[in-house]
Design a protein around this ligand. Structure first.
Ligand code: ADP
Ligand code: MG
Length: 228
């Protein structure tokens, strides 16, 4: 079996990328796969024991099966919860795609069966004046997993993202439908529209399930068999 490298992106911020990424890692571990994960850039960090840490990175840290230092799991930790390139400018810590890509490659080189990267915000989040996180995904040639946060407006966001992934000749390995809005009207019809228009497998439908069991519920909702 060849190692796999996945980049988890989403239709927006707060759509369930971290939940889906943690659930994917848990499901992979249950299949006996070794895993590593990286949150290359986190904006919205807190000081703990003299270092900036981020909830997303900590959630991923709990699921990976191989050891990884926090600094490798989350190489860029920025304090304010604002657009990463703006947080980076405030911190006088310029972001460069090449530097991030070499970090990502070093983690991939550790040889886990799966190395999973969680993006920040949506697909085309800027790193600086000329580069985006999508460029990083392209540079490391990761397969993309798109988390669609099911709410009004998600069809446009999902289809724009899918179109740009294709334009870059990247592989969309699959998508996850995440029911983040319990009140969403016509959820099934929206899902049907997505399934007809996205030329990649739906890896699972995660129900609206707030609470401590969310990642477990999500993990049980996924079918990794779609990741061919
Ligand atoms: N299926 C779901 N049911 C209920 N709450 C959810 C669901 N998916 C995500 N959430 C909640 O929505 C918020 C955003 O999820 P998160 O995974 O952090 O999004 P992202 O990583 O895309 O920013 C979190 O508080 C999370 O617990
Ligand atoms: Mg997240």
């Amino acid at each position: 079996m060849l190692p796999r490298v996945f980049f988890v992106t989403g239709t927006d911020t707060d759509v369930g990328k971290t939940v889906a990424a943690a659930a994917l890692l848990r499901a992979a571990a249950r299949q006996g796969l070794s895993t590593l994960a990286v949150k290359p850039i986190a904006a919205g960090c807190e000081w703990v024991d003299g270092r900036l840490v981020n909830d997303d990175a900590l959630a991923l840290a709990k699921e990976i099966t191989l050891p990884l230092d926090y600094a490798d799991l989350n190489p860029v930790a920025l304090e304010p919860a604002i657009a990463p390139h703006l947080a980076a400018a405030r911190a006088k810590r310029p972001l460069g795609m090449a530097e991030l890509a070499s970090h990502c490659r070093r983690v991939v080189a550790r040889g886990a069966d799966w190395t999973l990267f969680e993006g920040a915000g949506g697909w085309l989040v800027p790193l600086n004046d000329s580069e985006t996180l999508a460029d990083l995904c392209q540079e490391i040639a990761a397969e993309v997993i798109l988390v669609v946060g099911l709410r009004l407006g998600c069809l446009n966001h999902a289809l724009l993202t899918v179109a740009d992934i294709a334009r870059r000749d990247l592989k969309l390995a699959g998508w996850v439908a995440n029911a983040i809005d319990p009140e969403m009207a016509e959820r099934e019809a929206n899902l049907d529209t997505l399934a007809r228009r996205i030329d990649a497998p739906c890896l699972g439908r995660v129900p609206y399930a707030p609470g401590p069991e969310l990642i477990e519920t999500a993990a049980r909702s996924l079918d990794l068999g779609g990741l061919t």
